[in-house]
Design a protein around this ligand. Structure first.
Ligand code: PHE
Length: 429
Protein backbone atom coordinates (compact mmCIF):
# COMPACT_ATOMS: atom_id res chain seq x y z
CA UNK A 1 0.00 0.00 0.00
CA UNK A 2 1.20 3.45 -0.82
CA UNK A 3 0.47 6.33 1.49
CA UNK A 4 1.10 9.96 0.68
CA UNK A 5 3.74 11.76 2.71
CA UNK A 6 1.21 14.23 4.02
CA UNK A 7 -1.04 11.36 5.06
CA UNK A 8 1.82 9.70 6.88
CA UNK A 9 2.52 12.93 8.71
CA UNK A 10 -1.08 13.29 9.68
CA UNK A 11 -1.25 9.75 11.04
CA UNK A 12 1.63 10.62 13.31
CA UNK A 13 0.09 13.89 14.31
CA UNK A 14 -3.28 12.32 14.99
CA UNK A 15 -1.76 9.39 16.86
CA UNK A 16 -0.21 11.71 19.37
CA UNK A 17 -3.41 13.61 20.00
CA UNK A 18 -6.01 10.86 19.86
CA UNK A 19 -5.41 7.16 20.21
CA UNK A 20 -8.34 6.09 18.05
CA UNK A 21 -7.39 8.18 15.03
CA UNK A 22 -4.78 5.94 13.56
CA UNK A 23 -5.87 5.76 9.93
CA UNK A 24 -4.72 8.22 7.30
CA UNK A 25 -7.44 10.37 5.81
CA UNK A 26 -5.78 10.03 2.44
CA UNK A 27 -4.95 6.50 1.56
CA UNK A 28 -4.10 4.44 -1.46
CA UNK A 29 -6.60 1.73 -2.12
CA UNK A 30 -4.55 -0.40 -4.49
CA UNK A 31 -2.87 -3.58 -3.30
CA UNK A 32 -4.27 -3.32 0.20
CA UNK A 33 -3.92 -6.45 2.27
CA UNK A 34 -7.23 -7.58 3.71
CA UNK A 35 -6.22 -6.72 7.26
CA UNK A 36 -5.50 -3.15 6.17
CA UNK A 37 -8.86 -2.99 4.44
CA UNK A 38 -10.81 -3.91 7.53
CA UNK A 39 -8.82 -1.58 9.75
CA UNK A 40 -9.30 1.38 7.47
CA UNK A 41 -12.97 0.60 6.99
CA UNK A 42 -13.56 0.64 10.74
CA UNK A 43 -11.94 4.02 11.23
CA UNK A 44 -12.64 5.49 7.82
CA UNK A 45 -15.51 7.79 8.64
CA UNK A 46 -14.23 8.95 12.01
CA UNK A 47 -10.99 10.19 10.54
CA UNK A 48 -12.47 11.59 7.38
CA UNK A 49 -15.10 13.54 9.22
CA UNK A 50 -12.56 14.90 11.64
CA UNK A 51 -10.41 16.08 8.73
CA UNK A 52 -13.37 17.84 7.14
CA UNK A 53 -14.42 19.26 10.48
CA UNK A 54 -11.21 21.24 10.87
CA UNK A 55 -12.19 23.09 7.70
CA UNK A 56 -15.74 23.71 8.95
CA UNK A 57 -14.76 26.91 10.67
CA UNK A 58 -16.15 30.05 9.01
CA UNK A 59 -13.60 32.24 10.79
CA UNK A 60 -10.89 30.72 8.54
CA UNK A 61 -12.58 32.19 5.47
CA UNK A 62 -13.92 35.50 6.75
CA UNK A 63 -11.31 38.12 7.44
CA UNK A 64 -11.19 41.88 7.40
CA UNK A 65 -8.55 41.85 4.68
CA UNK A 66 -9.67 44.48 2.12
CA UNK A 67 -9.63 41.86 -0.66
CA UNK A 68 -11.73 39.32 1.19
CA UNK A 69 -14.91 38.72 -0.80
CA UNK A 70 -16.13 35.53 0.92
CA UNK A 71 -19.66 36.07 2.22
CA UNK A 72 -20.78 34.28 5.40
CA UNK A 73 -23.16 31.97 3.52
CA UNK A 74 -20.23 30.60 1.49
CA UNK A 75 -17.93 30.32 4.52
CA UNK A 76 -20.65 28.21 6.14
CA UNK A 77 -20.50 25.64 3.32
CA UNK A 78 -16.81 24.87 3.62
CA UNK A 79 -15.80 21.68 5.42
CA UNK A 80 -19.05 19.78 4.98
CA UNK A 81 -17.03 16.99 3.36
CA UNK A 82 -19.88 15.71 1.16
CA UNK A 83 -17.36 13.79 -0.97
CA UNK A 84 -16.29 11.78 2.08
CA UNK A 85 -19.79 10.77 3.16
CA UNK A 86 -20.37 7.15 2.14
CA UNK A 87 -24.18 7.52 1.77
CA UNK A 88 -24.20 10.87 -0.02
CA UNK A 89 -24.53 10.77 -3.84
CA UNK A 90 -21.26 12.74 -4.16
CA UNK A 91 -19.47 10.24 -1.87
CA UNK A 92 -21.05 7.27 -3.68
CA UNK A 93 -19.81 8.45 -7.07
CA UNK A 94 -16.37 9.32 -5.77
CA UNK A 95 -16.07 5.78 -4.40
CA UNK A 96 -17.17 4.25 -7.74
CA UNK A 97 -14.55 6.31 -9.57
CA UNK A 98 -11.87 5.26 -7.09
CA UNK A 99 -12.84 1.61 -7.51
CA UNK A 100 -12.48 1.91 -11.27
CA UNK A 101 -8.97 3.33 -10.91
CA UNK A 102 -8.16 0.59 -8.37
CA UNK A 103 -8.91 -1.96 -11.11
CA UNK A 104 -6.18 -0.49 -13.37
CA UNK A 105 -2.58 -1.69 -13.25
CA UNK A 106 -1.17 1.53 -11.71
CA UNK A 107 -1.28 2.43 -8.01
CA UNK A 108 -3.24 5.65 -7.58
CA UNK A 109 -2.72 7.54 -4.34
CA UNK A 110 -5.96 9.01 -3.01
CA UNK A 111 -6.10 12.52 -1.59
CA UNK A 112 -9.37 13.90 -0.29
CA UNK A 113 -8.64 16.11 2.66
CA UNK A 114 -6.50 18.95 1.43
CA UNK A 115 -7.12 22.41 2.77
CA UNK A 116 -9.62 24.22 0.50
CA UNK A 117 -7.63 27.41 1.12
CA UNK A 118 -4.87 27.57 -1.46
CA UNK A 119 -2.51 30.26 -2.66
CA UNK A 120 -2.63 32.07 -6.00
CA UNK A 121 0.61 30.22 -6.70
CA UNK A 122 -1.03 26.80 -6.25
CA UNK A 123 -4.31 27.60 -7.95
CA UNK A 124 -2.99 29.65 -10.86
CA UNK A 125 0.73 30.39 -11.29
CA UNK A 126 1.86 26.77 -10.94
CA UNK A 127 -0.65 25.98 -13.70
CA UNK A 128 0.39 28.72 -16.14
CA UNK A 129 -2.82 30.67 -15.47
CA UNK A 130 -1.63 34.25 -15.97
CA UNK A 131 -2.48 37.15 -13.66
CA UNK A 132 -4.80 38.67 -16.29
CA UNK A 133 -6.79 35.45 -16.83
CA UNK A 134 -10.50 36.21 -16.17
CA UNK A 135 -10.81 33.16 -13.89
CA UNK A 136 -8.51 34.89 -11.41
CA UNK A 137 -10.60 38.02 -11.07
CA UNK A 138 -12.49 38.70 -7.83
CA UNK A 139 -15.72 38.64 -9.81
CA UNK A 140 -15.14 34.89 -10.36
CA UNK A 141 -13.04 33.81 -7.38
CA UNK A 142 -13.47 33.95 -3.60
CA UNK A 143 -10.38 35.61 -2.17
CA UNK A 144 -9.47 35.40 1.50
CA UNK A 145 -6.52 37.78 1.10
CA UNK A 146 -4.71 38.96 -2.01
CA UNK A 147 -2.66 35.76 -2.12
CA UNK A 148 -5.02 33.17 -0.63
CA UNK A 149 -8.38 31.96 -1.89
CA UNK A 150 -10.93 29.17 -1.87
CA UNK A 151 -9.70 26.79 -4.56
CA UNK A 152 -11.58 27.16 -7.83
CA UNK A 153 -10.56 23.69 -9.02
CA UNK A 154 -8.84 20.60 -7.66
CA UNK A 155 -6.02 21.20 -10.17
CA UNK A 156 -4.76 23.58 -7.46
CA UNK A 157 -3.25 20.52 -5.76
CA UNK A 158 -1.52 19.05 -8.82
CA UNK A 159 1.82 20.68 -8.31
CA UNK A 160 2.20 19.96 -4.59
CA UNK A 161 1.48 16.26 -5.12
CA UNK A 162 3.74 16.05 -8.15
CA UNK A 163 6.50 17.77 -6.20
CA UNK A 164 6.08 15.33 -3.31
CA UNK A 165 6.91 12.53 -5.76
CA UNK A 166 3.43 11.16 -6.50
CA UNK A 167 3.26 9.61 -9.98
CA UNK A 168 -0.39 8.56 -10.11
CA UNK A 169 -3.04 10.12 -7.93
CA UNK A 170 -6.67 11.09 -7.55
CA UNK A 171 -7.70 14.12 -5.59
CA UNK A 172 -11.29 14.99 -4.69
CA UNK A 173 -12.66 18.02 -2.93
CA UNK A 174 -15.05 20.94 -2.75
CA UNK A 175 -14.31 23.88 -5.03
CA UNK A 176 -15.76 27.40 -5.11
CA UNK A 177 -16.63 29.78 -7.94
CA UNK A 178 -18.72 32.91 -8.10
CA UNK A 179 -21.19 32.15 -10.82
CA UNK A 180 -24.69 32.53 -12.19
CA UNK A 181 -27.61 30.97 -10.31
CA UNK A 182 -29.78 28.22 -11.77
CA UNK A 183 -30.58 24.54 -11.28
CA UNK A 184 -27.13 23.35 -12.37
CA UNK A 185 -24.91 26.15 -10.99
CA UNK A 186 -24.05 26.53 -7.34
CA UNK A 187 -21.10 28.53 -5.95
CA UNK A 188 -19.72 25.41 -4.25
CA UNK A 189 -19.35 22.05 -5.98
CA UNK A 190 -17.03 19.05 -6.08
CA UNK A 191 -14.35 17.93 -8.47
CA UNK A 192 -12.21 14.85 -8.82
CA UNK A 193 -8.79 15.28 -10.35
CA UNK A 194 -6.66 12.49 -11.76
CA UNK A 195 -3.00 12.58 -12.76
CA UNK A 196 -0.79 9.88 -14.23
CA UNK A 197 2.90 10.23 -14.99
CA UNK A 198 4.39 7.59 -17.28
CA UNK A 199 7.48 5.49 -16.59
CA UNK A 200 10.61 7.25 -17.85
CA UNK A 201 11.67 4.34 -20.05
CA UNK A 202 8.41 4.57 -22.05
CA UNK A 203 9.16 8.25 -22.81
CA UNK A 204 12.85 7.98 -23.74
CA UNK A 205 12.23 8.81 -27.39
CA UNK A 206 10.89 12.25 -26.41
CA UNK A 207 13.75 13.27 -24.14
CA UNK A 208 14.28 17.03 -24.18
CA UNK A 209 11.44 17.73 -26.65
CA UNK A 210 9.42 20.87 -26.03
CA UNK A 211 6.53 22.75 -27.61
CA UNK A 212 5.31 21.51 -30.98
CA UNK A 213 8.10 18.97 -31.30
CA UNK A 214 6.86 17.35 -28.13
CA UNK A 215 3.16 17.47 -28.97
CA UNK A 216 3.88 15.95 -32.40
CA UNK A 217 5.90 13.09 -30.93
CA UNK A 218 4.62 9.50 -30.80
CA UNK A 219 5.12 9.59 -27.01
CA UNK A 220 2.79 12.55 -26.55
CA UNK A 221 0.24 10.88 -28.82
CA UNK A 222 0.50 7.68 -26.77
CA UNK A 223 -0.23 9.62 -23.57
CA UNK A 224 -3.27 11.21 -25.22
CA UNK A 225 -4.52 7.78 -26.33
CA UNK A 226 -4.04 6.31 -22.87
CA UNK A 227 -5.88 9.27 -21.33
CA UNK A 228 -8.81 8.85 -23.68
CA UNK A 229 -9.13 5.10 -23.26
CA UNK A 230 -8.82 5.36 -19.46
CA UNK A 231 -11.60 7.93 -19.29
CA UNK A 232 -13.80 6.09 -21.78
CA UNK A 233 -13.46 3.04 -19.54
CA UNK A 234 -14.53 5.13 -16.56
CA UNK A 235 -17.60 6.41 -18.40
CA UNK A 236 -18.57 2.89 -19.47
CA UNK A 237 -18.28 1.79 -15.84
CA UNK A 238 -20.48 4.63 -14.62
CA UNK A 239 -23.01 4.87 -17.42
CA UNK A 240 -22.86 1.49 -19.12
CA UNK A 241 -21.99 1.40 -22.82
CA UNK A 242 -22.73 4.93 -23.88
CA UNK A 243 -22.10 7.16 -26.88
CA UNK A 244 -19.22 9.57 -26.33
CA UNK A 245 -17.51 12.31 -28.25
CA UNK A 246 -14.18 14.02 -27.80
CA UNK A 247 -13.44 17.57 -28.80
CA UNK A 248 -10.40 19.80 -28.57
CA UNK A 249 -10.38 22.13 -25.61
CA UNK A 250 -7.95 24.60 -24.08
CA UNK A 251 -6.45 24.73 -20.60
CA UNK A 252 -3.22 26.63 -19.87
CA UNK A 253 -1.89 23.62 -17.94
CA UNK A 254 -2.45 20.88 -20.52
CA UNK A 255 -1.63 20.63 -24.19
CA UNK A 256 -3.21 19.14 -26.17
CA UNK A 257 -6.44 19.46 -24.19
CA UNK A 258 -9.78 17.75 -24.68
CA UNK A 259 -13.30 17.66 -23.37
CA UNK A 260 -15.47 14.60 -23.23
CA UNK A 261 -19.19 14.66 -23.79
CA UNK A 262 -21.55 11.78 -23.34
CA UNK A 263 -24.95 11.21 -24.87
CA UNK A 264 -27.51 11.13 -22.12
CA UNK A 265 -31.25 11.07 -22.75
CA UNK A 266 -30.82 12.51 -26.23
CA UNK A 267 -28.42 15.31 -25.28
CA UNK A 268 -24.65 15.77 -25.38
CA UNK A 269 -23.36 16.63 -21.91
CA UNK A 270 -19.87 17.81 -21.11
CA UNK A 271 -18.54 15.73 -18.25
CA UNK A 272 -14.84 16.47 -18.01
CA UNK A 273 -11.78 18.39 -19.15
CA UNK A 274 -8.38 16.80 -19.57
CA UNK A 275 -5.11 16.79 -21.47
CA UNK A 276 -1.42 16.03 -21.60
CA UNK A 277 0.25 17.91 -18.72
CA UNK A 278 2.15 20.93 -20.04
CA UNK A 279 5.91 20.45 -19.76
CA UNK A 280 6.28 23.82 -17.97
CA UNK A 281 3.86 22.68 -15.25
CA UNK A 282 6.00 19.59 -14.69
CA UNK A 283 9.17 21.71 -14.77
CA UNK A 284 7.79 24.10 -12.15
CA UNK A 285 7.00 21.10 -9.90
CA UNK A 286 10.56 19.79 -10.35
CA UNK A 287 9.24 16.86 -12.37
CA UNK A 288 10.53 18.07 -15.74
CA UNK A 289 12.02 14.65 -16.39
CA UNK A 290 8.56 13.08 -16.59
CA UNK A 291 5.49 13.21 -18.85
CA UNK A 292 1.85 12.46 -18.18
CA UNK A 293 -1.83 13.30 -18.35
CA UNK A 294 -4.41 14.98 -16.07
CA UNK A 295 -8.18 15.24 -15.99
CA UNK A 296 -10.77 16.99 -13.82
CA UNK A 297 -14.42 16.07 -13.60
CA UNK A 298 -17.40 17.62 -11.87
CA UNK A 299 -19.04 15.23 -9.43
CA UNK A 300 -22.40 17.06 -9.15
CA UNK A 301 -22.81 16.88 -12.90
CA UNK A 302 -22.29 13.12 -12.94
CA UNK A 303 -24.60 12.65 -9.95
CA UNK A 304 -27.38 14.77 -11.41
CA UNK A 305 -27.35 12.51 -14.46
CA UNK A 306 -26.90 9.16 -12.73
CA UNK A 307 -29.23 9.68 -9.76
CA UNK A 308 -31.62 11.96 -11.72
CA UNK A 309 -31.25 14.75 -9.16
CA UNK A 310 -32.98 17.76 -10.73
CA UNK A 311 -31.52 20.65 -8.73
CA UNK A 312 -27.94 21.20 -7.58
CA UNK A 313 -29.06 22.78 -4.29
CA UNK A 314 -30.35 19.38 -3.16
CA UNK A 315 -26.79 18.13 -2.58
CA UNK A 316 -26.54 20.56 0.34
CA UNK A 317 -29.93 19.95 1.92
CA UNK A 318 -30.21 18.40 5.36
CA UNK A 319 -33.71 17.12 4.61
CA UNK A 320 -34.06 13.44 5.52
CA UNK A 321 -36.40 12.93 2.56
CA UNK A 322 -33.31 13.42 0.40
CA UNK A 323 -30.73 11.52 2.45
CA UNK A 324 -32.89 8.51 3.26
CA UNK A 325 -32.96 7.69 -0.47
CA UNK A 326 -29.24 6.92 -0.87
CA UNK A 327 -27.05 4.07 0.34
CA UNK A 328 -23.32 3.50 -0.05
CA UNK A 329 -22.48 1.55 -3.18
CA UNK A 330 -25.75 1.94 -5.07
CA UNK A 331 -26.82 4.31 -7.79
CA UNK A 332 -30.59 4.68 -7.53
CA UNK A 333 -33.02 7.15 -9.08
CA UNK A 334 -34.04 10.02 -6.86
CA UNK A 335 -37.79 10.41 -6.25
CA UNK A 336 -38.53 14.12 -6.04
CA UNK A 337 -40.52 14.86 -2.96
CA UNK A 338 -43.33 17.25 -3.78
CA UNK A 339 -42.18 20.33 -5.62
CA UNK A 340 -43.36 23.47 -3.87
CA UNK A 341 -44.65 26.36 -5.96
CA UNK A 342 -42.22 29.05 -7.14
CA UNK A 343 -42.66 32.77 -6.44
CA UNK A 344 -41.36 35.09 -9.19
CA UNK A 345 -40.16 38.64 -8.53
CA UNK A 346 -38.64 41.06 -11.02
CA UNK A 347 -36.20 43.81 -10.22
CA UNK A 348 -35.05 46.48 -12.69
CA UNK A 349 -32.30 49.02 -12.22
CA UNK A 350 -29.90 51.38 -13.99
CA UNK A 351 -26.42 49.96 -13.61
CA UNK A 352 -23.35 51.99 -12.67
CA UNK A 353 -20.08 51.67 -14.56
CA UNK A 354 -18.22 48.50 -13.62
CA UNK A 355 -21.37 46.68 -12.49
CA UNK A 356 -20.53 43.00 -11.80
CA UNK A 357 -23.45 40.64 -12.24
CA UNK A 358 -21.98 38.01 -9.89
CA UNK A 359 -21.97 40.58 -7.06
CA UNK A 360 -25.71 40.95 -7.49
CA UNK A 361 -26.32 37.18 -7.66
CA UNK A 362 -24.28 36.69 -4.54
CA UNK A 363 -26.08 39.46 -2.70
CA UNK A 364 -29.39 37.67 -3.37
CA UNK A 365 -28.04 34.35 -2.01
CA UNK A 366 -26.64 36.23 0.98
CA UNK A 367 -30.06 37.68 1.77
CA UNK A 368 -32.40 34.85 0.83
CA UNK A 369 -30.13 31.78 0.91
CA UNK A 370 -30.93 28.64 -1.05
CA UNK A 371 -34.52 29.61 -1.73
CA UNK A 372 -33.13 31.64 -4.64
CA UNK A 373 -33.55 29.01 -7.33
CA UNK A 374 -32.73 31.00 -10.42
CA UNK A 375 -31.82 34.53 -11.49
CA UNK A 376 -32.16 35.44 -15.14
CA UNK A 377 -31.70 38.61 -17.12
CA UNK A 378 -35.03 39.14 -18.88
CA UNK A 379 -34.60 42.63 -20.28
CA UNK A 380 -31.78 45.04 -21.03
CA UNK A 381 -31.70 48.36 -22.86
CA UNK A 382 -29.60 51.49 -23.08
CA UNK A 383 -31.09 54.95 -23.02
CA UNK A 384 -28.86 56.89 -25.43
CA UNK A 385 -29.88 60.29 -24.03
CA UNK A 386 -29.02 59.35 -20.46
CA UNK A 387 -26.13 57.15 -21.62
CA UNK A 388 -27.33 54.59 -19.07
CA UNK A 389 -28.13 50.91 -19.25
CA UNK A 390 -31.03 49.26 -17.49
CA UNK A 391 -31.21 45.59 -16.60
CA UNK A 392 -34.19 43.64 -15.42
CA UNK A 393 -33.75 40.31 -13.63
CA UNK A 394 -36.39 37.73 -12.83
CA UNK A 395 -35.75 35.94 -9.57
CA UNK A 396 -37.36 32.58 -8.93
CA UNK A 397 -37.78 31.94 -5.22
CA UNK A 398 -38.62 28.36 -4.30
CA UNK A 399 -37.89 26.28 -1.26
CA UNK A 400 -37.12 22.61 -1.70
CA UNK A 401 -38.62 21.81 1.69
CA UNK A 402 -41.74 23.96 2.22
CA UNK A 403 -44.19 26.48 0.72
CA UNK A 404 -43.11 30.11 0.78
CA UNK A 405 -45.52 32.88 1.71
CA UNK A 406 -45.83 35.96 -0.47
CA UNK A 407 -45.08 38.19 2.52
CA UNK A 408 -41.76 36.57 3.34
CA UNK A 409 -40.64 36.75 -0.29
CA UNK A 410 -41.72 40.40 -0.53
CA UNK A 411 -39.66 41.18 2.56
CA UNK A 412 -36.60 39.49 1.04
CA UNK A 413 -37.11 41.25 -2.28
CA UNK A 414 -37.38 44.63 -0.49
CA UNK A 415 -34.15 43.93 1.36
CA UNK A 416 -32.47 43.03 -1.91
CA UNK A 417 -33.69 46.26 -3.56
CA UNK A 418 -32.34 48.32 -0.66
CA UNK A 419 -28.99 46.54 -0.50
CA UNK A 420 -28.47 46.67 -4.27
CA UNK A 421 -29.08 50.42 -4.19
CA UNK A 422 -26.79 50.99 -1.23
CA UNK A 423 -23.96 48.56 -1.85
CA UNK A 424 -23.82 48.05 -5.62
CA UNK A 425 -24.61 51.60 -6.60
CA UNK A 426 -27.49 50.63 -8.87
CA UNK A 427 -30.49 52.92 -9.27
CA UNK A 428 -33.55 50.76 -8.70
CA UNK A 429 -36.41 51.68 -11.09
N1 PHE B 1 -9.28 22.18 -13.75
C1 PHE B 1 -10.06 22.12 -14.96
C2 PHE B 1 -11.42 22.79 -14.67
O1 PHE B 1 -11.76 23.00 -13.55
C3 PHE B 1 -10.27 20.71 -15.45
C4 PHE B 1 -8.97 20.05 -15.88
C5 PHE B 1 -8.24 19.30 -14.98
C6 PHE B 1 -8.54 20.16 -17.19
C7 PHE B 1 -7.05 18.70 -15.37
C8 PHE B 1 -7.37 19.55 -17.61
C9 PHE B 1 -6.63 18.82 -16.69
O2 PHE B 1 -12.15 23.10 -15.57
Amino acid sequence: MKISTTATLSILALATTCQSWSTPHTTAFKTRSSSVVSRSTALFSAVEESAAATYADPSRYLSDHPNNNVPPHIAALVGKGLHTKPDHPIGIIRKKIQEYFASLPQDYIIYDAEDPIVTTQQCFDALRINPDHPGRSPSDTYYISDTTLLRTHTSAHQSEHLRSGADCFLCAGDVYRRDEIDSSHYPAFHQLEGVRLFPEDEMKGADGLKGEEWTASPECKAIGEDLKSTLEGLMDTLFGETEKRWSEDYFPFTTPSYELEIMYQGEWLEVLGCGVVHEEVLDMADRGDRRGWAFGLGLERLCMILFEIPDIRLFWTEDERFHSQFKAGSITKFNSYSKYPPVYKDIAFWIPEGFVENDFFEMARGIAGDIVERMELIDEFTNPKKGKTSKCYRITYRSMDRSLTNEEVDALQDELRDSAGEDLGVEVR
